[in-house]
Design a protein around this ligand. Structure first.
Ligand code: AMP
Ligand code: MG
Length: 327
């Protein structure tokens, strides 16, 4: 049976979603980044079902989603720098990895047994309303089979996981289109050091205006982020990057002046390109592309996260499943 689709802005749909999650079920939920597969972070069996539905490696910890700083405070210790970041960028596409409280209602399975916790307050009104109804942290990794392209519409969620989950809330296309930027604070020996674990939907320059230069995961004492697989976000067709020309058996994903067969952003706008990226990779797959060539994307601003996702989309799928690549 395929999960029903309900409009994310209706109270009855949110009530139904809350009931399902309370009972240990799984709900596809719109966020401003990508659609998440929401479950109660504190119910280990619900989290186990979530991992099974996604086919996700279990050592890969999940982000717990909260409404605001007050809720985060119940779950984790918040160093001053982390608080400043929350005040500046929450709700929004930024996740903070913080030392967890022993009392946090988050199962060991959700954190992969780590003594840290990844927290985010999403901006999407449906996600906020659902978390508020439950008043519990929700894990919500991207609502797609592990390793594939992240979903940015409700239909993408149904396509990938429709038979494995209980409900999808349809909130339209995701405005940001890339997963959150993940920053660790206070988990290294220097407690006010912030480390970039994953580039994402919040431009690192904007964060560095608050933190100063971010350390990179893997530098010296900086913590590595588990679960940054080399091959991830991958369409079925092989992907070739930085393509200034196209070969006969390729379809071309363009950017700016390189129109290609489908252009991520004709005006060269990185935010627009981010919001189109996953949907266009899916479209090219669905259209039967044998190979996908992608025009160069500048590495600045949101281009850092777009290029990160594209490198993982282009990485060989077999050899690297268990590689941990924090870069
Ligand atoms: P996703 O839920 O698919 O957007 O991915 C969550 C990201 O957060 C992954 O890259 C995880 O490795 C990272 N993450 C979650 N919890 C932690 C943690 N406690 N420490 C470091 N990284 C984490
Ligand atoms: Mg994912």
């Amino acid at each position: 049976m395929t999960a029903p689709l309900l409009p994310a802005d209706q109270a009855h749909a949110l009530d139904r979603a809350a009931d399902i999650i309370r009972a240990g079920g799984l709900v596809g939920m719109p966020t401003e980044t990508v659609y998440g597969l929401a479950a109660d972070a504190g119910q280990g069996d619900a989290v186990a079902r979530l991992y099974a539905a996604k086919g996700r490696p279990r050592f890969n910890p999940l982000i717990s989603h909260v409404t605001d700083i007050a809720m985060a405070e119940r779950l984790a210790h918040i160093p001053p720098l982390a608080r400043r970041l929350m005040e500046e960028f929450w709700p929004g596409p930024m996740t903070l990895v913080l030392p967890r409280r022993d009392t946090a209602p988050v199962s060991e399975l959700a954190t992969a047994g780590l003594d840290t916790l990844a927290l985010r307050a999403p901006r999407h009104p449906a996600a906020r309303a659902l978390i508020a109804r439950l008043d519990r942290p929700l894990v919500a990794p991207s609502a797609n089979p592990s390793g594939g392209v992240s979903p940015t519409t409700a239909q993408h969620v149904l396509d990938g996981l429709g038979t494995k989950i209980d409900l999808v809330l349809d909130g339209g296309p995701c405005p940001v289109g890339l997963e959150s930027t993940v920053i660790a604070v206070g988990t290294s020996t220097e407690t006010d050091q912030a480390t970039l674990l994953r580039p994402g939907g919040l431009d690192r320059n904007v964060i560095e205006a608050v933190t100063g230069p971010l350390a990179r995961a893997g530098d010296g004492h900086a913590p590595a982020s588990p679960g940054m697989l080399k091959s991830h976000y991958a369409p079925n067709a092989p992907v070739r990057l930085n393509a200034r020309t196209v070969k006969p058996d390729e379809v071309w994903l363009g950017f700016g002046d390189i129109a290609g067969d489908l252009n991520l952003s004709a005006r060269g706008d990185l935010a627009e390109a981010a919001s189109h990226l996953f949907a266009y990779l899916r479209k090219l797959d669905a259209d039967g592309a044998r190979r996908i060539a992608v025009a160069p994307i500048p590495p600045t601003g949101l281009g850092e996260a777009i290029n990160d996702r594209l490198r993982r989309a282009a990485a060989p799928k077999d050899a690297s499943e268990l590689d941990i690549d924090p870069a």
